[in-house]
Design a protein around this ligand. Structure first.
Ligand SMILES: [Mn+2]
Length: 353
């Protein structure tokens, strides 16, 4: 009954013990960085990839790394499992981002960004060049340590912040479009510097990128003030399906498979809808449900405003995430999934009282 696909959007900082556990999966930061620098020095062709339903952190960081490596004379391809949403296609260089279209991929080194496991690469996983070392740079707590070289740091706001760190540590060139990509990564993963992962480090990195020439205003315009009509209509439809529990503590917004068809939209057009649920005063637990297959398969983003552990709730259905944001899939239609989760949510809240 349950699926296994984790949510795309884990952005909340983990506890100290969780961090220690995640870091013990990977070599020391110094060793991992040294291995990355060595591969960049010694190899000439790189494939950059990452998770399905690409977000701003993945696309921005991939573009930045491509600019950096290209400036160093390396040949670089970015191939992602899905086409990025329109707002990220407005970033400089985004025309070079390829959506995977089948067949084997070639490169001497594979760099996997912002992805907790190889499963998250979808169809790209099977196409990875055999024998090429896999470098994983990621800030997800749940990272499985799949890389031949893994640098995983769940205390970082974003993969963009990590790649900026790499570039500075090695005197890699940072052309302006690379800085813009990294800024886009940080600003989107921190929810415009509003989520709890908005650390001093995230702000400091953003400030340095502005010092290097990035215009915060221009980035905001490209990322947030240029929604497509399709995205806006989809948001309107999702909000029109807002449901609140009698006591106002549980909210859900939703989209049926038919809604996507009607607007010619895809799930990546609905990327930040889940946050709307907990923006309602008094809501403690929110769900954004969208049907991937009518009547058969529903994806759910879970949000908690603090008391309920969203990751624990998601884990009961084979999903995962963080305390305040998690995701899961259910092998059932939207109405059935919503009824089930409202019930589970009511129970979770009752136990807290
Ligand atoms: Mn990220």
């Amino acid at each position: 009954m349950t699926g296994r696909k984790p949510a795309a959007d884990y952005y909340l900082p983990p506890s100290e013990t969780q961090v220690i556990r995640a870091l013990s999966l990977t070599p020391s930061e110094g060793e991992a960085k040294a291995s990355i620098f060595r591969l960049v020095r010694q190899r000439s062709s790189f494939l950059i990839t990452g998770h399905e339903r690409p977000d701003g952190d993945l696309v921005g960081t991939a573009l930045a790394l491509k600019y950096i490596l290209s400036t160093l004379g390396r040949s670089v391809r970015i191939v992602l499992p899905d086409e990025p949403p329109e707002r990220y296609r407005r970033l400089d260089g985004a025309a070079d981002v390829e959506a995977y279209a089948g067949g084997p991929l070639e490169a001497e080194v594979v760099v996997v960004l912002d992805s907790a496991s190889l499963e998250r690469l979808g169809a790209v996983r099977e196409a990875l060049p055999a024998g090429a070392p896999v470098v994983s740079i990621d800030h997800h707590l749940s990272n499985s340590g799949f890389g031949d070289v893994s640098w995983v740091d769940p205390t970082r706001s974003s993969t963009g912040e990590m790649v900026y760190d790499l570039a500075k540590a090695s005197d890699w060139p940072l052309p302006l479009p690379a800085c813009a990509g990294l800024y886009a990564a940080i600003v989107t993963d921190t929810g415009r510097f509003g989520y709890s992962n908005t650390s001093a480090g995230a702000l400091r990195t953003a400030a340095e990128l502005v010092e290097r020439g990035v215009s915060a205003e221009e980035m905001t315009r490209r990322l947030y003030s240029s929604k497509s009509e399709r995205e806006l209509r989809l948001l309107g439809r999702a909000l029109s399906q807002l449901r609140l529990s009698d006591d106002g503590s549980i909210a859900s917004v939703s989209l049926y498979a038919g809604d996507f068809h009607e607007f010619g939209a895809v799930p990546t057009d609905a990327q930040d809808f889940a946050a709307r649920t907990v923006s309602v005063a008094g809501v403690e637990l929110g769900f954004f449900l969208y049907e991937l297959e009518a009547g058969r398969r529903t994806k759910v983003s879970v949000r908690s405003s603090g008391r309920v552990d969203a990751s624990e709730l998601a884990a009961r259905f084979g999903g995962g995430g963080h305390h305040a944001a998690a995701g899961l899939s259910l092998e059932m239609g939207l109405d059935q999934a919503r009824a089930l989760l409202e019930e589970v949510g009511r129970e979770a809240l009752k136990q807290l009282r």
